[in-house]
Write a protein that binds this ligand. Structure first.
Ligand code: NAG
Ligand code: NAG
Ligand code: NAG
Length: 542
């Protein structure tokens, strides 16, 4: 084949050959990849960025011996496993420190609490009902609450609530929800029939439901192929949205992903609330994959304005099909779709054809020109891969293990212990003259609701005052291609103005009006100029 295609090229005029070599199926590739660490010792199945720029990661305790030892010759109690299954990655020093999880954290979920602790829930086997708390410091480790949950939670979704508690929704064969901390010691576990209704007996397909806090305090919950608006305090469905066109499943094991598109504040309100769901695997794909037939993944996204009185899905086609893709909100409000494969489903040995090129989705461009294919990685990130946004605007990518034990050789997709960073094109060196730096507020500033904040920044090149905005991003908990608590708010603000006599600029912005729009806790504040974000700074909403 190679010889005959070479022959064909030889018969073409030279300029046509050049054209062929440069022809791209999609416009303007961008972004760049770098390997941060070839091995962190574990496969990063779950990741959470913490407000001190460290990232907690963990895999499983029933997974064999990892490639990193517990410190000081420690072993997990009552086992012969002296290896770590959790690490803390420090972005600044690019190093990892091993941590000890006691019970099985496999396919669990979590939320960063308003005080900056990670509270993580459930898992498998001896971890089904465990709540684990991680407070970051140089020598901190996991604390476990044995019977912290009322129900077993394996593949559940968590979300932070306006009152500072977290809700834990669903999980395998758990058609209910509960809270942490508990509302009362004898709190019951409200049943949640929507999860029973969306549970496909052959494939489940409603695990790790997509959950977003709607700015009126209710929850938008998408499972399988449809969604509701839900009042968890009254256990009441407020609204039922139409089934996504085509009716194909989008949740684990037909793992697509979803984001709440940027919440743009205008005069103290959010003008439009929109959700974007992308990828997944068709009905029957899970049963087929278990028989060795790997169906092509879905190549569609559905976008719905859930704040419309009569919301309807609008469908769009991605440049390539994808299952197990992660969707991340970038600081400038664009959506990155990264990781995953184009055939099969989530689960051991069930995915095929890695998709190595991320895609950037521009929510504000015209339909038909919203997707932009990015430069590819060389490392397949299949089942159990992860991605989180870092404060500096890079995207941390880790994990991938297609097998039920660590498998490094003689397999189609070896277990990945490496960490990479994807740098979106806004970090290209030719953007540096437009890249802002925030001077004020200083890091860890506490900000209240509905307050005016002066953001002072510098830019080395010429500032275009009409293309300046201030965004706030909540750090999310990422696993199984979904980022829990992911949220980006575009603050209402004045146009940028030059501070007289200084090479500095300022914008005055109004902070979100309530915890329904921005639950209390840590956010990364960015100044965005011409779609190029500054390095972020941590602020605390309270
Ligand atoms: C395990 O870690 C060692 C260094 O500690 C490294 O040389 C080796 O490549 C790692 N193994 C894998 C599979 O990454
Ligand atoms: C280890 O086993 C002992 C004795 O069975 C038990 O009391 C203890 O709780 C176990 N520890 C853990 C962490 O499971
Ligand atoms: C930087 O270069 C890339 C590739 O040539 C281009 O697409 C992008 O628009 C440039 N960015 C700026 C800010 O000029």
């Amino acid at each position: 084949m190679a010889a005959s295609s070479t022959l064909v090229y030889h018969h073409l005029p030279f300029f046509f050959l050049v054209f062929l070599l440069h022809a791209q199926p999609c416009p303007a590739a961008g972004g760049s990849w770098s390997t941060l660490l070839p091995s962190i010792g574990i496969s990063a199945m779950h990741m959470q960025l913490l407000p001190n720029d460290r990232v907690v990661m963990y895999d499983r305790t029933d997974f064999g011996i990892s490639n990193i030892s517990l410190p000081n010759g420690k072993c997990r109690p009552n086992t012969t496993d002296c290896s770590a299954h959790s690490v803390e990655y420090d972005v600044a020093s690019n190093t990892v420190r091993p941590l000890m999880v006691l019970s099985n954290v496999w396919c669990s979920s979590g939320t960063l609490m308003p005080d900056g602790r990670l509270v993580q829930t459930g898992g498998f086997d001896d971890g089904y009902r465990v709540v684990r708390i991680y407070k970051s410091c140089d020598s901190c480790d996991w604390q476990e609450i044995r019977d912290g949950l009322n129900q077993q939670r394996w593949y559940a979704t968590n979300h932070i609530l306006p009152d500072g508690k977290q809700i834990i929704i669903g999980g395998r064969r758990a058609f209910s929800y509960e809270f942490f901390p508990k509302i009362s010691t004898n709190e019951n576990t409200p049943s949640f029939p929507f999860l029973a209704q969306t549970n496909d007996p052959n494939a489940e397909n409603n695990l790790y439901p997509f959950v977003f806090l709607y700015p009126d305090g209710n929850l938008f919950i998408f499972a399988n192929n449809r969604a509701i608006l839900f009042d968890y305090s009254k256990n009441q469905v407020i609204k039922t949205y139409p089934t996504i066109p085509g009716g194909q499943p989008r949740n684990y094991p037909s793992t697509g992903s979803a984001v709440l598109l940027p919440l743009r504040m205008t005069q103290g309100t959010v003008a439009a609330v929109e959700v974007l769901v992308c990828g997944g695997a068709p009905k029957g794909a899970f049963v087929n994959a278990n028989k060795g037939i790997f169906d092509g993944a879905l190549d569609t996204c559905g976008r719905i304005k859930i704040s419309d009185p009569n919301p309807q899905w609008a469908m769009e086609t991605m440049p390539s099909a994808r299952v197990m893709g992660d969707m991340l909100l970038l600081p400038n409000g664009h959506v990155l779709i990264i990781n995953g494969v184009s055939a099969g489903v989530a689960g051991w040995e069930l995915g095929r054809n890695p998709v190595l090129s991320p895609v950037v989705y521009h929510p504000d461009k015209q339909v038909g020109s919203r997707f932009e294919v990015q430069n590819p990685s060389t490392i397949p990130r299949v089942y159990h891969s992860t991605a989180v946004l870092l404060r500096d605007g890079r995207v941390l990518v880790g994990g991938s293990n297609a097998h039920d034990k660590y498998e490094f050789t003689n397999v189609l997709y070896p277990t990945e212990l490496s960490l990479e960073a994807f740098s979106p094109s806004y970090l290209d060196s030719n953007s540096s003259e437009f890249r802002p730096t925030i001077i004020l507020p200083v890091k860890n500033t506490r900000i209240g609701y509905g307050k005016q904040v002066v953001v002072v920044f510098t830019v080395s090149g010429i500032v275009d005052p009409s293309s300046v905005s201030v965004t706030m991003v909540a750090p999310s908990f990422n696993t199984h291609s979904f980022s829990m608590n992911q949220r980006l708010i575009v603050l209402d603000g004045s146009p940028a103005s030059k501070i007289i006599g200084r090479s500095r600029y300022q914008v005055v912005v109004t902070t979100p009006p309530s915890g329904n729009v921005a639950p209390a806790g840590n956010y990364i504040l960015y100044l965005v100029h011409k779609d190029i974000p500054s390095p972020g700074i941590w602020v605390q909403m309270q």
